[in-house]
Design a protein around this ligand. Structure first.
Ligand code: C2E
Ligand code: CA
Ligand code: CA
Length: 700
């Protein structure tokens, strides 16, 4: 038991109705004096002070009160202006107390929590009135440490102490009023201001706005803690401090770092491409919209590029997938190097990339990024330790000139890319309105073509191929025509490329196969020994139905495969077409012969020819111009064919000089307007029958 427990001050004061009477009595006793009385007060375990309502200051206090309030001495405590930041409600309460004390002899008991030096101290405070010598009513406060707590209070204090949830109370300005054990353990320093712990100042703004709007805020933020930077989920509620009744923030926090990082990692993995580390398609539209909005706000423009590697499949197939992967990484790194910090660089899949490049319209011309990129690929690259030429196609659209919505910009860049892919010279192409027009036309054409397939609107023309020496027909090339009900005869150049792009070529090709087989059978029946060359589009060779049909043709129509040759283009032999080699070998086994069309226009890698079952080559018509200047290239092709044991047909022969030159230089067969244009079957038969009346001439 402490002295204050024995010496019940309240009792002393209350037993006598007049306090000055009590003091006078005490002082009149010779055993007491003021010094002794004072020393009694200073030895009390109860903090006692007197508060002057008018001055709003403590005017007297004992030692214990100094300790409780953290004052070094009475002078300092007396100098504290309690009214300085007193809230209106506290002021009202004090006024009420003063009235109550004046009217009757009452006392009030309250539980206060004070934070002298940041440490909470719970006190049981009794407030009563005391009249000063000048007659004014003041307030006597007696404060004891609050030990005799209610079981609930004890439990809640215990729970607060042991929970891992960090609970704290901050004044509106952020200075700490209370922290539970977990919160104390986490904070860098007990005096840390609530707001100063946020790593990202935008979070503070965000938090305040939410509280303002919803009276409550919940957020995950990066905060500075004793453990370094951590992610906390914070719940913040405005409240009023029970002690001072000042507005305050009640904050509870939990550490969600692991969860947050796992989530972030999962989100990163889901939104990034594992091979190149670039973003993938996930969230791309969202991110692009944000970047474009930011660009517009800063007065910047942007260009959206689609980049596609040419012949990527070829590299993958000829050099292996590891080489393909390292090429993709090389391109990705190059893109990252050239890109600005706010640009978006993404891999859309396969060998297709997207870049959204922000630009200052004053500083950069359109297409700058794409041109720089092409520039870095203008020399050989080392892929898997080997030098290699890499060609890219780039299509781009400008924001806002070529479109404002993401969808539009991508679609337009795609149209430009489509053209770049087809363009061997201009590989960085900007979107133009005419491209959209062309796409619309293509869509209409595709529909039209689908009808043509259903309605069987195609016919075959035949262009005779003759011996250069004798001028007699040896074979013919079957060339498709579209007999359009409104537009008349349409040349294959007008619809075959689209048919190839849209996959319709497989159906059209099947029609050609059947028609060629039927024609060959008819020629046979007429006793005309005429071979027919048929054009096969590259992707048909990947279509198992094509090979199956070709195998069945002799049985269905009675044609002779040895009288049918298949004209394929160089990219087929270059490995761009899956399963082409297998298909070609099967076809050859059935008896068809294989000829390379447009020879010399594709890759100049001749080594591949040895690996393919090739019977002949057709020299492209562009080389006929070469003849007037000596024909060096044609001579080279002829000697190559000779070495391969392949037959040769020269295409596009339009002049007698060309034919004579070919004849003199060992090219035995030719085809071209000089001899005959492509003609319908009946005319072709007439053409042949005319020749049968001629003297038979020994073929070369
Ligand atoms: P191609 O296979 O190179 O066919 C030769 C083209 O050259 C034909 O054009 C022919 O009319 C033209 N030509 C022939 N002689 C001369 C000449 O002396 N001077 C000039 N300037 N041109 C000449 P056509 O019939 O318009 O065919 C164009 C292309 O369409 C063909 O080129 C071929 O790639 C494709 N094609 C034609 N028919 C078919 C087919 O049934 N299937 C497939 N997949 N493609 C076909
Ligand atoms: Ca051809
Ligand atoms: Ca050709």
């Amino acid at each position: 038991m402490t002295l204050s427990d024995h010496l019940n001050l309240r009792k002393l004061v209350q037993d006598d109705t007049d306090e000055s009477d009590f003091l006078a009595k005490a002082l009149s006793d010779s055993r007491f004096d003021a010094r002794l009385i004072n020393s009694i007060y200073d030895r009390l375990d109860t903090g006692v002070w007197i508060f002057d309502f008018d001055e709003k200051r403590i005017i007297w206090a004992n030692n214990k009160a100094l300790e409780i309030t953290g004052a070094p001495n009475l002078t300092e405590l007396r100098s504290r202006d309690m009214g300085a930041d007193m809230s209106h409600s506290v002021e009202q309460r004090l006024n009420q107390y003063r009235q109550d004390f004046i009217q009757r002899d009452v006392s009030f008991s309250e539980i206060w929590t004070l934070y002298p030096k940041g440490k909470a101290r719970v006190l049981q405070v009794t407030l009563s009135g005391i009249r000063l010598n000048d007659g004014r009513m003041a307030m006597l406060a007696e404060a004891r440490d609050h030990h005799e707590q209610q079981p609930e209070t004890l439990r809640s204090a215990e729970a607060l102490m042991h929970t891992t949830v960090m609970i704290s109370l901050f004044a509106m300005g952020g200075s700490p009023l209370y922290r539970n054990t977990a919160a104390r353990a986490a904070c860098v320093d007990p005096d840390t201001n609530f707001f100063s712990q946020f790593q990202n100042p935008a979070d503070i703004q965000h938090l305040k706005e939410r509280i303002e709007r919803d009276r409550h805020a919940r957020m995950v933020a990066k905060v500075r803690t004793n453990d370094g930077d951590r992610w906390h989920e914070l719940t913040v509620r405005p409240c009023s401090d029970v002690v001072t009744s000042q507005p305050a923030y009640l904050v509870s926090e939990i550490d969600v770092t692991e969860l947050h990082e796992t989530k972030e990692r999962a989100q990163y993995l889901a939104s990034h491409d594992a091979l190149t580390g670039l973003s993938n398609r996930t969230f791309l539209t969202e991110r692009l919209s944000k970047v474009l909005a930011a660009a517009a706000a800063k007065g910047l423009t942007a260009t959206l590029y689609l980049v596609d590697l040419d012949d990527f499949k070829l590299i993958n197939d000829t050099m292996g997938h590891a080489a393909g992967d390292s090429l993709l990484q090389l391109v990705a790194n190059r893109l990252k190097e050239i890109a600005g910090p706010n640009d978006i660089v993404a891999r859309l899949g396969g060998d297709e990339f997207l870049i959204c490049h922000l630009e200052d319209p004053e500083a950069e011309g359109p297409g700058w990024f794409g041109k720089s990129l092409l520039g870095t690929f203008s020399y050989q690259q080392i892929i898997d330790g080997r030098p290699r030429n890499i060609s890219l196609s780039i299509g781009y659209s400008h924001y806002p000139d070529d479109g404002r919505s993401i969808d539009n910009l991508i679609r337009n860049a795609d149209l430009a890319l489509y053209q770049a892919k087809r363009e061997p010279k201009e590989k960085c192409v900007r979107f133009k309105d005419t491209m959209r027009k062309r796409r619309d036309e293509n869509l209409a054409l595709k529909k039209d073509l689908e009808r043509a397939i259903r309605e069987d609107e195609f016919v075959l023309y035949f262009q005779p191929i003759a011996f250069t020496k004798t001028n007699r027909t040896v074979s013919a090339e079957a060339l498709i025509r579209w007999l359009h009900p409104e537009k008349g005869l349409i040349a294959p150049d007008q619809f075959i490329p689209l048919a190839e792009d849209t996959g319709l070529i497989n159906e059209i090709g099947a029609w050609v196969c059947r028609s060629v087989a039927q024609a060959q059978a008819r020629f046979q029946q007429r006793g005309l020994r005429i071979a027919i060359a048929m054009n096969v589009s590259p992707w048909q060779l990947s279509d198992p139905e094509f090979t199956a049909l070709m195998m069945d043709l002799p049985d269905i129509y009675g044609c002779d495969p040895s009288q049918i040759s298949l004209e394929i283009t160089e990219n087929v032999v270059l490995g761009e077409i899956p399963d082409a080699l297998t298909a070609l070998k099967e076809l050859k086994n059935v008896g068809y012969s294989i000829v390379i069309d447009d020879f010399g226009t594709g890759y100049s890698n001749l080594a591949y020819l040895y690996n393919y079952p090739i019977d002949g080559i057709k020299i492209d018509r562009v080389f006929m111009n070469d003849i007037s200047t000596g024909g060096a290239i044609v001579k080279l092709i002829l000697s190559l064919a000779d070495a391969l044991g392949a037959s040769v047909v020269a295409e596009g022969v339009e002049t007698v000089e060309q034919r004579n030159w070919l004849s003199e230089n060992g090219c035995h067969q030719f085809q071209g307007y000089l001899y005959s244009k492509p003609i319908p079957e009946d005319r072709f038969i007439g053409f042949l029958e005319e020749q049968s009346h001629l003297e038979p001439v020994a073929s070369n």
